[in-house]
Design a protein around this ligand. Structure first.
Ligand code: PLP
Length: 422
């Protein structure tokens, strides 16, 4: 039995939502009866903008009609194609265009950035990560330690929640810095933790790292397109992200790299190099010594896959039109609404582990349903409420301000209520 007045309230919120029409720009998957799924999983894989097809078709047409000439003659020439993405991407992450490039995938970019910014010495070699860092980040960091001849067991410092807590406290990071600062070479932190949804104060983290002469890198997989990280002002040294989550650019699409402007012309940094990072004017002379393009572009290795870039282009055009400020404004309301509805179950039934303060989270709420197991998630999925399950007992729900409605959120909570009442 649907609570009619609450449903009407959700519909009222949708009617007054300035961004409501953007939902029409996306393909929402449907069930057999033609009903929309309640898709709250854009933190894992964003939905497809309808415009993607047109953007990709343009490249297929140009390839068909122009062959290799498409590098210069395509409507959007392939040679500089990545440059068409830079300005919009820079806005999304609060960076200057020279600080940003779209290339490779997240974990590859993380390794490339660590080649440049993780320069351990015998005494100063440790890396700080969150204790529940995303597995790929942990593997990458551990392998960098090993690559430099260090044992990850004592080379890795975990920033942990206190006993009985899930969230991390900046004071505990401060303590790590105070105790082991001399030995720490790098802080590698997820800007928005993938598990709890906690959004860290990046400026504070950067300042803490720099106070002991360590470098600071941020993984923005769950931040980009979700919160505004203001990377330039935060003064982090580097950041990496993917574009298939909140940036809706398709499965396995390319990643992004931020290198702070202060390194734009720094040729003393180590780097693994490739021809696409070389001075554009002499790139095709083929025999020059490596002459890096200033800024993040100088970290490129290869000529990029244009079909994926076209999808990113389509998506970024939408972000550019809306702007992160408006998106974030709606996101705070939409997630707040979800939080409000979930709070009515009571804390003895549903616990939200994500921070309560909207400034310390993005759109995702990580919820624990007391005594639930994975079958709850199965039932939600069977009812076409798409969200994800993380062991041991967390359901991550992410209402996406670009395409989710208040009614989606209402319907999700109704389905959950129905399952729990069974
Ligand atoms: C999704 C995600 C990744 C994925 O890395 P890929 O290289 O794109 O496969 C890495 N780190 C975090 C924190 C993630 O959330």
């Amino acid at each position: 039995m649907v609570n009619k007045t609450v449903l009407e309230h959700a519909q009222f919120l949708d009617k007054n939502d300035e961004l409501a029409s953007y939902r029409e720009l996306f393909h929402i998957p449907k069930d057999k009866n033609g009903n929309n799924w309640i898709y709250l999983c854009g933190n894992s894989l964003g939905l497809q903008p309808k415009s993607v097809k047109k953007y990709i078709n343009q490249e297929l047409e140009d390839w068909k009609n122009l062959g290799v000439e498409g590098h210069f003659e395509a409507k959007k020439p392939w040679m500089p194609y990545h440059e068409f993405l830079t300005e919009s991407m820079a806005k999304v992450v609060g960076a200057k265009p020279i600080e940003v490039v779209v290339m490779n995938t997240l974990t590859t970019n993380l390794h490339l950035a660590m080649v440049s910014f993780y320069k351990p010495t015998k005494k100063k070699f440790k890396i700080v990560i969150e204790s529940d860092a995303f597995p790929s980040d942990r593997y990458a960091v551990e392998s960098q330690l090993k690559f430099h001849g260090f044992d990850p067991v004592n080379g890795l410092i975990e920033w942990k929640p206190r006993v009985g807590e899930e969230l991390l406290r900046i004071d505990d990071l401060r303590q790590i810095i105070a105790d082991q600062g001399d030995e720490i070479a790098l802080l590698m932190i997820g800007g928005v933790n993938y598990y709890t949804g906690q959004f860290f104060d990046l400026k504070k983290i950067a300042a803490l790292g720099h106070s002991i002469n360590a470098k600071v890198g941020i993984d923005l997989a769950h931040g980009v397109g979700n919160i505004q990280p203001n990377l330039h002002d935060a003064n982090v040294d580097f950041a990496v992200w993917c574009t298939y989550k909140y940036l809706n650019s398709g499965p396995g699409s390319l990643g992004g790299l931020f290198i702070h402007e202060k390194y734009a012309n720094d040729i003393t940094l180590n780097r693994f190099t490739g021809w696409w990072g070389h001075n554009k004017n002499t790139r095709f002379n083929m025999r020059h010594d490596f002459d890096p393009i200033p800024g993040a572009e100088g970290w490129q290795l290869s000529n990029p896959p244009i079909l994926s870039m076209a999808a990113i282009n389509a998506s970024l055009d939408i972000f550019n039109e809306v702007g992160m400020d408006k998106l974030r404004e709606k996101s705070i309301k939409l997630t707040g609404y979800l939080e409000f509805l979930l709070s009515q179950f009571g804390e003895d039934i549903i616990r939200i582990i994500t921070p309560k303060n909207p400034e310390k989270r993005g759109c995702q709420l990580s919820i624990q349903v007391i005594n639930a197991d994975k079958s709850l998630h199965r039932k939600l999925m069977d009812a076409h409420v798409i969200c994800d399950w993380r062991e041991p007992d967390v359901i991550r729900v992410a209402p996406i301000p670009l395409y989710n409605s208040f009614e989606d959120v209402f319907n999700m909570v109704e389905v959950l209520k129905g399952i729990l009442n069974e």
